[in-house]
Each structure stands twice: as structure tokens, then as C-alpha cells.
Design a protein around this ligand. Sequence first.
Ligand SMILES: *Cc1c(COP(=O)(O)O)cnc(C)c1O
Length: 366
Amino acid sequence: MSEPVYVTRSVLPPLTDFLPYVADIFASHQLTNQGKYVTKLEQDLAAYLQAQSLLAVANGTLALQLALKYLNLHGKKVLTTPFTYVATVSALLWEQCEPVFADIDPQTCCLDPVQAAAKLDSQPDIAGILPVHVFGNAVAVKEVEELAKKRNIPVLYDAAHAFGCRLNGRSIFTYGDLTIGSFHSTKLFHTVEGGCIAAQNKDARQELELLRAFGHRGDTHVLPGINAKMSELHAAMGLCLLPGIETIIAKRKAATDRYNSALEPEKTEGLRTIKLADGLEWNHAYFPVIFESEKSLKAVSDALAQEKIYPRRYFYPSLTKLPYLKPQTAPVAESIATRILCLPLWPDMEVSLIDKICTIIKQKLR
Ligand SMILES: *Cc1c(COP(=O)(O)O)cnc(C)c1O
């Protein structure tokens, strides 16, 4: 029997690329606390993502938490999207923020600026906006940033899915007050576990460094920090993978092109894909498909499961349904969340596997 197929498969460098880093780290005895590999990774990432300052951190969730603290959003109302991974909202809750959900655009699946404006008008105590470049698709940054500017509140982008994306000719990490990334092993670029905070303001670094490492410089205690440091071993993984990132994106593009030609979503009744933002150079991080009904999603999932192929319901349910939040509604997100499925995708995915998945889907929809 063939191996089960999951939504993704983590990319690994050749072991022979990683081992010299391990040997050097062992020899140096510097395992963490801003060693040379974390420093090098931060420099290389800042160059690649075009960030004025960039901090590597332990994971994307802590990146969000530090960013919320830095932007003085702790304990305040923050406008966000209900269609994202739960970590976006968990980070808000751990910072005692109150998430206010604005519905998404049904085509892009990102925060709808018209809905966002309505929430901001009706709740003037909203202190910041946390949009998500979901699946690497770009938020309507111009509209969102105009809304924020009018009210003099910050924008923090969750770009956990958007590593390597460019919008209007520049890195998507250059927008907003801060942008965070996740380097979890299932993400397009990874350090096993990890994340980053990117800022266009060089001064941001000082305070973020304090927040990341216990809030003190030597014996001088400045503010209450946390431990969100990245280790040297984790940075080594990033340094092994970063030089090949454009190849990884190109291979994902080849796989998504194959999906598009085999599935013909524009011609297949009862199926569509998301609409990418104008001016976006996409990273091809995910291949989400939206069905007409949850019933057809389930029929397709069951048929794929028979072949031991397990796509993921990213993101189900809509976060308006979280049992630990007070009820809110977002009809578009709630509907799409029941009908969207991310198909298996990784670099070097076999063309025959993509074709098999597409054949099963088309058969079920017929
Ligand atoms: C993965 C993810 C996070 C959290 O990142 P971790 O590194 O896993 O903590 C945050 N937001 C979104 C949208 C994600 O997909």
C-alpha cells in the first residue's frame, strides 16, 4: 500500500548541509542567546524581506504577542479576521486583547476593507488592526492602511503564510507598522519552529529585543520581557534553507500550475479557487479550493480518504465559532470555512499524484 498523503511535507536540506553547523555549534558551546547563526539569519532575512529591522523569535505566535506589546495593543480591542489559523486569535487573547471580527471578501478570503470600516465606525475604541495575508494572498493593504491612518491606529500584518510574496514590486513584509512571519516546519520557509518580526523602523529593534529576552540589558532591568529567543540550531536550519527559497517557490508554482491545468477550476462546475490580489507575486504556499456546499466538500474528502489522501480544512471552523469567545457573526467567513479545502502541495510533489487527486475531485463533482 502507498504511504498516506497529507496536506504538506516539510522541506529538509541535505543532512550534509546541516551537519557542519551542528559540529560548529558543538565546538563553540554557544547554543543560544543571539549567537552568530541567529545574527546571520536575521541579516539574511532582513535583506531578503527588505526589512529595516528584523528579529528572529521562537515561533510566530510569540512574534504576534511581542508585536502587540510593542504597539501598545495589550488589553485593547483589535480588529482582525475570523478566517485564519487560530494562533492569530490565541495571541490576541494571551495579550488580553479583545478580538473584533470583520468579515472577509469572498473572492480573496482576506479581511474586507468595507466590513472593517463598518466595525471601526461602530466601535471607536478599536486600537489596532491585525489583518492576515491568508494563503499568501495579499490583504487590500492600501484600503486597510487608509482606514488605520484616518484613526491613527497601527496595522500589524500576520504574514505567516506570505514568506517570499511581493506586492507592487516590494516584499510583503514591508507593509504596515509591523509584520510577523512564522517559520514552523509546515510553512514555506522554516527553522523547525520559529518566526520573525519585521519593521520598517530601525529603532523598533531595541525594545523588541528587550521584550524577546527577559527585558534586561545586563543588570539593568527595563521592562517585563518574556523568553522568545531562537536557538542557534534552529537558525542553522534557516540558513540551510534560505538560499534555496526561490527554487522552492518555483517548484511550488509548477505544482500549482499542474493543479490548475488538471482541475480547470474555471471550467469545473461547483468548484473555484481564491482570487489573488492585483500586483501580487504569490509564493504558491497553498492550493485552496472552494466547493459549492459542505456536502460536496465531504464527498470529495471521503473519496480522497479512500486513497489515503488527506487534504486539510484550512480554516474550519470560522473563528467566530470559538467556544471561548463571546459570539460574533461573519456570514461570509462562516460559509467559506465550511466549504474550503487545502489540497496537498509541496515542492517536488509528483505530477501523477496531483493528477490522481484532480481526477478524483472531478469525478465526485460530476
Ligand atoms: C502558523 C500560523 C501562526 C503561528 O505560527 P507558529 O510559528 O506556529 O506559532 C500564526 N498565524 C497564522 C496565520 C499561521 O498560519
